[in-house]
Write a protein that binds this ligand. Structure first.
Ligand code: OGA
Ligand code: NI
Length: 390
């Protein structure tokens, strides 16, 4: 058979039973796929290495950027004020930062990635048990970005675990590998605690909390502020938490597809643990830049809900994932926000005559409705929540 024939057969095997793309990319990879099927090929303008000038080389050098680094231990010490300023700068100008010295032991971090790898290494018949298209299911195994809507599929399989309320969701989590539940629960609890500490810092960085009390009058107002912060923190304690384990197997033609299309995260904050394989890119100053993994750290990003809550001061930034032809990549994203029943709105304390309200009230139901009905990639959702749509 001529190479051209082999290629066209492979590209069209979407419909043959052994390569049904609904089974995901790990399954295809295990079946020794040599070409990316048509279903995964992006239009030329959306591919990862779009060549801007017409040089012969088909690769643009990938730009890397050093994200602002926030030292969590320092945030808890005497330099808190300076660290809060860096935090605010990062949330306004990057929508992202790397969190180091966060206090979650390396062992818990490593074990989570390790058990995730072992989960995806299990036979497809075992993984398949958790497949569901029900967005509200406490456990959901699947592929691509939005499996039922995506015109072009992306090179990613995932396991989504709903972590709240844990006593209700845990019984649905995978029972194999045998240590999966125990390791994932430990990780989820540590992650939640860290998130709550970060929210407190974020609220403070937005100027919603004042530590030093000066006059009696100020002291009274500051107590009000502290009550306000306490109330918000209480809501977050009971907030939603979704853990997304992403698996990106090697891809034979990584220039034709993406691991995840450009999107923003819907929640308040996402804490992402990436393994040592790079792939995450964020949009920064109109360019796609690669985030270098820092072992043991979290990449933290502002989600749509925090953009709304901060009335646009902090930005939920577009990001995407590249794949490569050599290495498997695993990442664990923890998305945190308010309880599902709550409404997200700009904080009244950040709105006045000079800072008019920019976003509508937003609830989870309208987000889910939106995510189901249309292409939820890009920043379409948050765009639809703006009061001035121009
Ligand atoms: C996500 C995400 C990035 C990555 O899960 O929302 O953006 O590197 N993941 O896997
Ligand atoms: Ni994301």
């Amino acid at each position: 058979m001529s190479p051209a024939m082999v290629m066209s057969e492979q590209r069209n095997y979407d419909s043959t039973p052994e390569f049904q793309y609904q089974k995901g990319v790990k399954h295809m990879y295990e079946n020794g796929i040599e070409h990316v099927p048509n279903k995964y090929i992006l239009p030329a303008s959306e591919r990862p290495n779009v060549v801007i000038n017409s040089e012969k080389s088909s690769h643009v050098p990938q730009m890397s950027v050093q994200l602002p680094i926030i030292d969590f231990a320092e945030l808890q010490g005497p330099n808190r004020t300076q660290v809060l300023e860096s935090l605010s700068y990062a949330c306004q100008n990057y929508g992202f930062f790397q969190l180091v010295n966060h206090g979650i032991p390396d062992e818990i971090m490593n074990e989570m990635v390790n058990v995730s790898k072992r989960f995806f290494e299990m036979p497809f018949s075992e993984r398949e048990k958790y497949m569901s298209t029900d967005m509200s299911s406490p456990v959901r195994y699947g592929t691509s970005f939005n499996q039922t809507n995506d015109g072009v599929f992306c090179w990613r399989d995932f396991l989504k675990l709903s972590c709240h309320p844990l006593p209700e969701t845990l019984p649905y989590w995978p029972t194999s590998p045998l240590d999966f539940r125990q390791l994932a629960v430990t990780y989820a609890k540590e992650n939640k605690y860290l998130f709550l500490m970060l929210v407190e810092a974020i609220l403070e960085s937005l100027g919603l909390k004042n530590k030093e009390k000066k006059t009696k009058f100020e002291a009274k107002n500051e107590n009000d502020d502290d009550d306000y912060i306490e109330e918000i923190l209480k809501e977050f304690e009971d907030g939603s938490q979704l853990m997304v384990v992403n698996c990106y197997p090697p891809c034979p033609e990584p220039d034709l597809t993406l691991g995840m299309p450009p999107h923003s995260d819907y929640g308040f904050l996402t804490l992402l643990q990436q393994d040592e394989v790079k792939g995450l890119q964020i949009q920064h100053q109109d360019k796609w830049v690669t985030i270098q993994p820092i072992p043991g750290s979290f990449v933290v990003n502002v989600g749509d809900h925090l953009e709304i809550f901060s009335n646009g001061k902090y930005k939920s930034v577009l990001h995407r994932v590249l794949v490569n032809s050599m290495k498997h990549r695993i990442s664990v994203a923890s998305l945190h926000s308010l309880p599902f029943a709550n409404t997200v709105r700009p904080s009244p304390k950040l709105i006045d005559e000079t800072n008019p309200r920019l976003y509508k009230d937003t609830d989870f139901a309208s987000f889910l409705q939106y995510a189901k009905s249309c292409d939820s990639s890009k920043k379409n959702f948050i765009q639809s929540r703006k009061l001035d749509q121009s």
